[in-house]
Design a protein around this ligand. Structure first.
Ligand code: ATP
Ligand code: MG
Length: 368
């Protein structure tokens, strides 16, 4: 997958930008606050219709302006696509592929896939399980449309069951439907666990060698999928998992009614990360945290390539800071294959990456 060209109008601090990119490495350089991250954000938006750092689309529209436009020319699976996003204040965003209006953001990932690494990804290691679940979900959704459907269904059921548990004392008749919700949540949950377990299995094969190489052979990374305690084999068939989920629900029924919360199900799953046998969340240094997070992201990119035969576009924001010389070298070696965008403040000799292009950004404009 290659983003050949990008046009921005009123996106963040870009009044108007037109750029053509190299199929290999594109280095985006500039001082702080000039628009480097904004440029990567715009590319990512064309694959997900969301931003890693904006809660609402309107944040992406230039201050004092009503609309913003992002347009990309993309080559994927031997075909050319023009993807467009039109954003407006107070109106729903519109997405187009070759001029045809798309019904959902999911259709974008049928054309363009991106893997973004940004400073916020340190939370992937440091924060609670929710960030790691989101990482798994984002990866699997891009690979398996069925998973995306199951996840959306599970979220609907979860919200509904949460309302039942919250209000049952005031409205006891709500309990009549609880068994039905439990069954449907267990069915959908079993599918989710099955898919997650298989993806983690691939991650466990691919990530540790990347991390080992990255740390010069000095660190061992281990991953473990943690799900509902009664599930004996998460990689087993959804049918087998279903029974085990139902028995967990049954044993937590009283506790759920008392706590008025959903306590049983894969919405509490985690992916634990250990470095040399100790929890990375609790003990990893700044550089190790960054290394582990980056290893996970690079692994997801390689898995995607093995599954689909196409490299997703890699967006690396501020990836080199805090890494020692050797780890920097490793990153630059490992990102060959596929198109890459990498931001940096200094032109730190990234041209040694071979074929590619360097862009200088100043105040929302391309200079030279
Ligand atoms: P750094 O090296 O510090 O990460 P950067 O080049 O990545 O800097 P960006 O995050 O891309 O910088 O932001 C550039 C500028 O865009 C910021 O000064 C910010 O105030 C501005 N900006 C963000 N959102 C908008 C918006 N909606 N309208 C106008 N300007 C915006
Ligand atoms: Mg930035």
């Amino acid at each position: 997958m290659i983003v050949r060209a990008l046009t921005l109008d009123f996106f963040r601090n870009y009044l108007h930008l037109e750029a053509r990119f190299a199929p290999g490495v594109n280095v985006i350089c500039g001082e702080n606050a000039q628009g480097k991250t904004n440029l990567l954000e715009a590319i990512a938006y064309l694959s997900t219709a969301s931003s890693h750092r904006a809660r609402y689309d309107k944040e992406l529209i230039q201050f004092g302006v009503e609309h913003a436009f992002v347009k990309g020319e993309v080559s994927a699976r031997g075909r050319d696509f023009t993807l467009e996003a039109r954003l407006g204040r107070g109106v729903r965003r519109q997405l187009f592929s070759n001029g045809v209006r798309l019904k959902s953001a999911g259709e974008l990932s049928g054309v363009l896939n991106t893997v973004l690494f940004c400073p916020e990804d340190l939370y992937l290691i440091r924060e609670g399980a929710a960030t790691r679940r989101r990482f798994l979900d984002t990866c699997i959704c891009q690979l398996r449309p069925k998973y995306a459907e199951a996840l959306a269904e599970y979220r609907r059921l979860y919200e509904h069951k949460t309302r039942i548990l919250r209000d049952w004392e005031e409205h006891p008749s709500l309990l009549d439907t609880l068994d039905e919700f439990n069954l449907r949540m267990a069915q959908t949950g079993a599918l989710i666990i099955h898919y997650r377990a298989h993806f983690v299995k691939r991650l466990r094969e691919v990530t540790p060698p990347i991390h080992r190489d990255f740390s010069g052979g000095r660190e061992r990374l281990d991953l473990r999928y943690e799900t509902v305690s009664t599930v004996t084999d998460p990689e087993g068939s959804p049918r087998q998992i279903l029974g085990q989920l139902l028995s967990h629900q049954e044993s937590h029924r009283k506790a759920e009614l008392e706590a008025r919360q959903c306590l049983s199900g894969p919405h509490k799953d985690d992916l634990t990360v250990e470095l040399d046998g100790v929890s990375a969340k609790a003990f990893a240094s700044q550089g190790q945290t960054r290394t582990a997070a980056l290893s996970l992201k690079l692994a997801s990119r390689e898995i995607f390539f093995h599954e689909t035969g196409e490299w997703p576009v890699l967006l690396l924001d501020d990836v080199l800071s805090e890494l020692d010389q050797r780890r920097q070298e490793f990153v630059l070696r490992r990102i060959t294959g596929g198109q890459v965008f990498i931001t940096c403040c200094e032109d730190v000799g990234l041209n040694r990456l071979g074929e590619g292009k360097t862009f200088r950004i100043r105040d929302g404009q391309l200079v030279s």
